[in-house]
Design a binder for this molecule. Sequence first.
Ligand code: GLN
Ligand code: ZN
Length: 782
Amino acid sequence: MLTSIHGYPRMGAARELKFATESFFSGQSDEASLLATARTLRETHWREVAESNIDLIPSNDFSHYDAMLDTAILLGAVPRRYRDLGLSALGTLFAMARGYQGPHGDVKALPLRKWFSTNYHYLVPELEEGVPLSLSGEKPFDEFLEARALGIETRPTLIGPFTFLALAHGPDGTASHTKGDASKREEELARVYGDILSRFAALGAKWVAFDESALALDLSASDLTRFEALYRKILERKGAVRVLLQTSFGDIRDAYKSACDLPFDGIALDFIEGTQNLDSIRAHGFPKDKLLVAGLVNGKNIWKNDYAKSLAVIREIAHICGKGTCPAIAIGTSCSLLHVPHTVSREDSLDIGLRSHLAFAREKLAEIKELAEICEISAIAETAAISDIERHPAYARNRAVTREPIVKRNDETQRLVASLGERDWTRTPSVAERAEIQATSVPLPGLPATTIGSFPQTSEIKSLRAHRRKGDIGEAEYRDAIKGHIQDCIRLQERLGLDVLVHGEFERNDMVEYFGENLTGFTFTAHGWVQSYGTRCVKPPIVSGDVARNGPITVEWSRFAQSLTEKPVKGMLTGPVTILNWSFPREDIPLAQCAFQIALAIRDEALDLERAGIRVIQIDEAALKERLPLRKEDWKRSYLDWAIPAFRLTHSRLKAETQVHTHMCYSEFEEIAGDIDAMDADVISFEAARSAQAILTSIAESGLRARVGPGVYDIHSPRIPTVCEIGDAITRALSSVPAAQLWVNPDCGLKTREDAETEASLANMMEAVFLARAKITKESAS
Ligand code: GLN
Ligand code: ZN
């Protein structure tokens, strides 16, 4: 029985790629040393996969920044403004990823978007009119040969043409497959991917995988036609190469029949999120001339696979397909392992009981192999009695672990959740009435200016926290030092003229980890990093029990910051949905229950802040959209119906005088505007700078009642925005949103930026605000 994975984490178990890349960015090391680190990592990862006896070892899953960006470059989709910089290949790649400001020019980065239902972000390729796509790079071939030179035969993996086209945009920001020249693009793509297959055929590759996660989206008839037309042409050119259609993040209900009918040699289906894939097999069977890669090992969560459940799926597939006509089945992952940390083996300090329940990427490789072995005995003899399987030592070991309860119970939490009632979900009076009351409780000028919360996490601040962790400095000394930074931060904001200030979030390394550490029910790994975008990694906590708050978490910091200024300082909390979505959740209770447990803890914190005299409280729901199912018909029932109430629960008991803000990242929210409105926040800031117009249109069209702050500049890039650019952004916003409803802010927190950049950017932002206010006053006078 074959085994396969979509892809493997590329940062390295100790985030070597991150550190090498950042050192290169800061000029401390050169390109050659970055390339050398990259090469070593690729080798290490291929060896890990090979040593685990995985048959289809992916290559080209490495990336210096992002696989979508690599694909754009491979296909020649490098917009002229980047080519004109005249940088090296790697320099151009990083300019597209992060923007460039220097002797060669000044360009912004491509937009970042969330990759399907994950916290990974890809760069949105931009297809310039009149520039045909053509095979323009060597990366997948080079890496294939690099592995071969090490004695490892790999299966190159590429983002497929359908997904590429579905996610790429034109220069005006509209989806490229909806544009007039879409059919020309299809032809070009069919040709380039055909060329890629021919090249691999010539190199003697046995398998090539095309990642077509976009098949898990809602597809229209014309999408399906495009998918079929593309692959009918491409697959004509596969020669002796076998082509695996790789899907993930849900089922492919719309495309299932087409996928079966096209001459693919294998199809990888997700049976974790894509439970409906089984229904498709039930309804249509599965072609016996294709390999079915059964995605049974979860690429998005960290719990050990439950072999009994996985085997039940395999047995069901075998049963549906019937004796003798059974397709060849391989065991695989539900999606790339990019979305889980590298290995449990470094987690020495974790509770041993919990640890035995965990499987990160490397451990998942072993699970895949074990499952394949266990399946083999059951497949050899259709008659293999369940008892034969149960006697398999790996199966028995797995059963012993997965039967044990994972989590710690908290009876009080369970009682509170069970007794939630109407008043817990609804804040009174209405948002409009609250706005009037808040005009007095939080008086502000027109176009109020604020930031999203964090200020730069400088190396000084990071080392302060590290010293405290190691015990080099005492708690009092640590707190005093943090207070010093808060003081500087408040002074800076006052000097710049911001209206609603923040304390800077210096006491937290991460907005979710910080709350998790201060609540019971969460467990932390030491090295469980997962790539979020570029060199940025996050270390999601594990929800390992019922959640409860032991006492105030942020109150002392907020009260201190407020004591330094007359201006309102925002209390800064992370919302329950974001805490849950950026954690690895339990699988033994519904997500809704877990979200309500967290919401109750955050509500208590918000009430404590209010009692401490904090007049503005921001409850971030940065990751609200993350768990939104990919298919519309699943949105309400399986997500929004509990996620929105969970947020409302956090602020339902606050006074009308208290102004509640929330913030959302990458929220192309046009389709869930009603739900965002139902969150009932007073002010919402959006991360919009890289795709501003779409957000503005949605705000205008949806009739959102909250006041809004669509970010006026992009904080993901070190580039300092000019006054003029920000002024344009404000003017654009004013053409969609009434001045009385508009706030001005950067598009996200500033923690990843440097002090100097931040000060310069905010100074430009404030200058633009002052100019805009003066213009409004003048216009209303005349
Ligand atoms: N308040 C958080 C910060 O400023 C929000 C971060 C986010 O949206 N990801 O860092
Ligand atoms: Zn954000």
